[in-house]
Design a protein around this ligand. Structure first.
Ligand SMILES: [Zn+2]
Length: 728
């Protein structure tokens, strides 16, 4: 049965008032019809069927079960009418959890549980392929040592330990999840001389202090374990092939791979525990009490050291090697502009069943390919090419998408219009998104044209009314420093690390966004399964079709617009916000620092962008652009974001080439806007400030020049009436 919203009757009036950037009046009417037809395609049943088929078994990268998920995706997209290609990559990665054990050795011998419980109400929880908790890219080793508690294991926590005279040399560090990317806990611990690391989930951060625990409630319980990767090289992707694709070892084209011994892998053993096990260590510690902010949520006074009478054994044997992985790309070739690509993606490998992370996004993209395929069969084909990608091996370090982006670098640089990431995109009832400036207006307009299920609100209105308007899909979204809401718009986050947009946005300069719905999650635990989805995420399965409508609307507007609906003025607005953050961070240690020159450049950029916007809108409204001129304009629009690409890259990693955005190299997940400056500020350095000013000025000027050029192009081309006649 098709999925219909109950407000179908109000749809027409809603659509008539919806704003739609980038279309001539005549083509907007056609687009409205196209979208109305598209919005009859969704089906909760199909969404549920895809999710159930993919998530009934655990399917980590490199396993036969994940290959079955791959085959299902390929088959579904082929049936839908998309051309499907597989891109194999041989990635150097763990071959599974290997051997893991943690035990108390003194004062008593007691093995510590590192498995989630089998629960009678959750039929998935007893699956034989469920692994113990583990961290990918751990070192191997069998160590028995005393214990030091290191709070979140951040740089500042290790500095504080040192200042307090607590040595972690030769000790096992016990650190809680949160505060940074888990790989940095291992990195900082190893640098400080630790013998091993145990990372546990503390109830202060996740668990009973937030609400009722699983399975009765949706919070981490004392036996819920967060898995996750530890990879911390200074680029993203396969650790042996920075800048280059990890093409198959037996393929015709050989790629230079770094010698394994030259890669900065963690050498010490690292493993995660639930707090039900960590408490067995914590309650036996006898050292000094912890400083302010270090006390966790367990009912005991936390201590810095375990003392000599407490010994823990940590044994991890994790084998690594080359594993064949597959990126899946489904293509619906555009009817008029086949070489302009609108790209959407989500990974398909999971830490266990992957019901929310990632496969709620996968299922949504599968239903989208069916909806678009169905329409294409009836002759309604998008003008630009739509590519729907399903990435392998994201969970071990955002690897598959990065290898594909590196493989197709040159093609993507000329053809890609936008990359939109939908990792775990249907994980709850709250909409949320992060975006590069130019796509924000498109996102807002699309959410204004889609109804939120069982309400009289649009997705946009629901989003605006949410207590925390940035709740929503939590993957790749940084909540630390979102751009401030403009004109009552919901808060749109900045893209950070942690998902598959990284290579497109931060390495290739392609406008990107990430979004979807979110809510409470048993992140990276085996309980992210269909029982959890049914009970806590969305028993109605209506959110899948809703997210598909938002995603489809954005894709179809990008695909059919006469002029790509990029908000160029927003670059100036957002740059100003980020420059102020930079100024504040640097003035802390250099009070006379000024961003005035750059602000002046941004002011000029704003004037140019506003002039472009008015000129373009006037000409579109009067239908004064012909196809050739629009094509030339769209080519320039695709190039705007690349103004921020800097050949030197970032000082913390040359692979990160965007002066505009990067993941925070200290935390991995958070976003850094104007990252070269943020890095300088993090070092409290002034040495590079003049060079940074020059490079940023150049980027802003390049962007400005391109926009001025577009306006000039428009001025030359004011003539009448040619865009209305395109096929649709
Ligand atoms: Zn994910």
């Amino acid at each position: 049965m098709k999925y219909f919203f109950i407000w179908t009757l109000t749809f027409c009036s809603l659509s008539a008032f919806a704003q739609m950037s980038g279309f001539t009046p005549a083509n907007q009417v056609k687009q409205e019809k196209f979208e109305a037809d598209f919005k009859t395609q969704q089906s909760s049943e199909r969404f549920k069927k895809h999710l159930t088929t993919m998530c009934s078994v655990p399917h980590t990268a490199g396993t036969p079960e994940n290959e079955k998920v791959r085959d299902y995706i390929v088959e579904t997209m082929r049936k839908a009418g998309l051309q499907v290609e597989l891109f194999p990559h041989d990635v150097y990665m763990p071959k599974g959890p290997g051997e893991i054990s943690v035990e108390l050795v003194e004062p008593i011998r007691q093995p510590l549980n590192n498995r989630e419980y089998i629960l009678p109400e959750d039929k998935y929880s007893g699956h034989p392929l469920i692994t113990p908790g583990w961290n990918a890219y751990s070192g191997s080793g069998d160590v028995t040592a005393e214990v030091v508690y290191a709070n979140y294991g951040r740089k500042e926590d290790f500095e504080q330990l040192k200042a307090m005279g607590v040595s972690v040399q030769g000790k096992i560090v016990l650190a809680r999840y949160g505060g940074n990317f888990r790989g940095y806990k291992a990195k900082h611990a190893q640098a400080a001389g630790a013998a091993g690391v145990i990372i546990y989930t503390d109830p202060a951060d996740n668990g009973y202090t937030k609400g009722i625990t699983f399975p009765e409630g949706n919070q981490y319980s004392d036996f819920t374990i967060q898995r996750g990767s530890l990879l911390t090289v200074d680029f993203t992707g396969d650790p042996l092939t920075p800048f280059e694709p990890a093409l198959p070892l037996d393929g015709p084209k050989k790629v230079k791979r770094t010698d394994i011994k030259d890669v900065d892998f963690h050498k010490i053993p690292v493993t995660p525990l639930p707090w039900g096990s960590a408490v067995e260590i914590l309650k036996r510690m006898t050292g000094k009490g912890v400083p302010a902010g270090w006390q966790g949520g367990l009912p005991l006074a936390y201590r810095l050291e375990g003392g000599t009478a407490l010994k823990v054994r940590l044994n991890v044997k994790q084998e690594k090697g080359f594993v064949r992985t597959y990126q899946i790309v489904g293509t619906l070739t555009g009817s008029e502009f086949p070489d302009e690509w609108i790209i959407s993606g989500c990974h398909y490998d999971a830490w266990s069943f992957g019901a929310t992370d990632p496969n709620s996004g996968t299922a949504m993209l599968l239903t989208l390919s069916e909806s678009l395929g169905e329409m294409a069969k009836k002759g309604q084909r998008p003008k630009r090419t739509i590519k729907i990608c399903h990435w392998d091996i994201e969970e071990y370090g955002v690897i598959g998408s990065t290898e594909w982006a590196e493989q197709l670098r040159d093609e993507l640089s000329t053809k890609a219009v936008a990359y939109m990431n939908y990792d775990a995109a249907v994980s709850g009832k709250m909409f949320g998104a992060s975006s590069s400036p130019s796509l924000k207006k498109l996102l807002i307009e699309a959410t204004q044209s889609v109804q939120y299920p069982d309400s009289n609100k649009t997705v946009y209105e629901h989003w605006l009314g949410q207590k925390d308007p940035r709740a929503g899909s939590t993957v790749g979204i940084n909540s630390a420093a979102p751009v401030k809401a403009e004109n009552d718009e919901p808060v749109i986050g900045n893209l950070g690390g942690g998902s598959d947009h990284i290579a497109f946005y931060m390495h290739l300069g392609i406008p990107s966004l990430g979004g979807g719905t979110g809510g409470p999650t048993l992140y990276h635990s085996q309980y992210d399964d269909l029982f959890y989805y049914d009970k806590f995420v969305d028993p109605t399965y209506k959110m899948g079709p809703m997210v598909e409508q938002v995603v489809g609307t954005m894709s179809l507007r990008l695909a059919n617009a006469d002029v790509l609906p990029f908000d160029v003025v927003r670059y100036a607005t957002d740059l100003n916000t980020h420059l102020k953050t930079v100024e504040k961070s640097i003035k802390v240690y250099k009070p006379d620092f000024s961003i005035e020159k750059l602000q002046n450049a941004v002011a000029e950029l704003r004037r140019s962008a506003e002039l472009y916007e008015t000129t373009m809108k006037t000409q579109l409204a009067a239908n004064q652009l012909d196809n050739a001129k629009a094509t030339a304009l769209n080519k320039e629009l695709r190039n705007l974001e690349k103004s921020f690409l800097d050949p030197k890259g970032m000082a913390y990693g040359a692979w990160y080439r965007s002066l505009y955005a990067s993941s925070d190299p200290y935390s991995g997940y958070a976003s850094w806007m104007l990252p070269a400056y943020m890095y300088e500020a993090s070092l409290k350095s002034t040495a590079n400030l003049p060079d940074l000013e020059t490079r940023h000025q150049k980027a802003i000027k390049t962007l400005n020049d391109k926009i001025v050029g577009m306006t000039q192009q428009l001025a030359q081309n004011a003539k009448t009436g040619v865009l209305g006649g395109g096929k649709n």
